[in-house]
Design a protein around this ligand. Structure first.
Ligand SMILES: C[S@@+](CC[C@H](N)C(=O)[O-])C[C@H]1O[C@@H](n2cnc3c(N)ncnc32)[C@H](O)[C@@H]1O
Length: 196
């Protein structure tokens, strides 16, 4: 991953509380059925805002992050944790749901293909990705600021059109999409097939 050391340093400091962003902690709670009794992978769990809400509902919960400091948080001590080195890696398991909140703009444009391939490879057919992304007003390509919520080392707000194209390319069908707040466009998409 490009600039991985700098990115890890940024998120380690963020975890220590030196960098705090403003965002909605759990934009998904109107959909508890999405997580009920499911095997869930959360990418980029941070301090555990989503984990704490969802843990009582799920069958299993696994967290994955590029930052070891995040994974070492006490809140995750009883669950599976995966250090992400790049998105070509294979966890040799599959999930019902992969969720990531306020994370996708920290995936660089050059990593998006690997990221969406990772999502497909780690979900059962019929499983879902559930995530939020900045709305089109933050799209770099249409001239908005380069960095939002601080700089996770070249944070890249991808436009919705690009995200929707990626979902289609990696065999997801969007089942729900809604602009629920500034910087919080929610997407739910079902995996309709394996990659060939
Ligand atoms: C803005 S925080 C969001 C944390 C949490 N989801 C929340 O809403 O409170 C971003 C999280 O993603 C992690 N992260 C940053 N870049 C990442 C990447 N390329 N892959 C996986 N996780 C990443 C950070 O370490 C951090 O845990």
């Amino acid at each position: 991953m490009k600039d991985i050391e700098n990115r890890i340093e940024f998120w380690t400091k963020a975890d220590e509380g030196r960098t705090k962003g403003r965002s909605m902690p759990h934009p998904f709670m109107s959909h508890p059925e999405m997580f009920q009794s499911k095997d869930v992978l959360e990418i980029g769990p941070g301090w555990g805002r989503q984990f704490k809400q969802l843990d009582p509902l799920v069958s299993t919960y696994c967290v994955a992050d590029i930052c070891q400091k995040v994974l070492d948080r006490k809140v995750y001590k009883d669950i599976d944790r995966v250090l992400i080195e790049d998105y070509q890696q294979d966890l040799n398991t599959k999930f019902d749901v992969i969720a990531f909140w306020y994370v996708i703009h920290h995936i660089l444009g050059s990593e998006l293909d690997d990221f969406f391939s990772f999502l497909n490879r780690h979900l059962y057919v019929g499983g879902s990705v559930f995530f939020n992304c900045p709305g089109d007003e933050f799209d770099q390509e249409i001239g908005s600021p380069e960095n939002i919520n601080g700089d996770g080392i070249k944070t890249t707000p991808h436009g919705l059109k690009k995200i929707k194209n990626m979902l289609q390319k990696y065999r997801f069908k969007i089942s729900y999409s809604k602009d629920i707040a500034l910087n919080c466009y929610v997407l739910l998409a079902e995996k309709i097939g394996d990659l060939t």
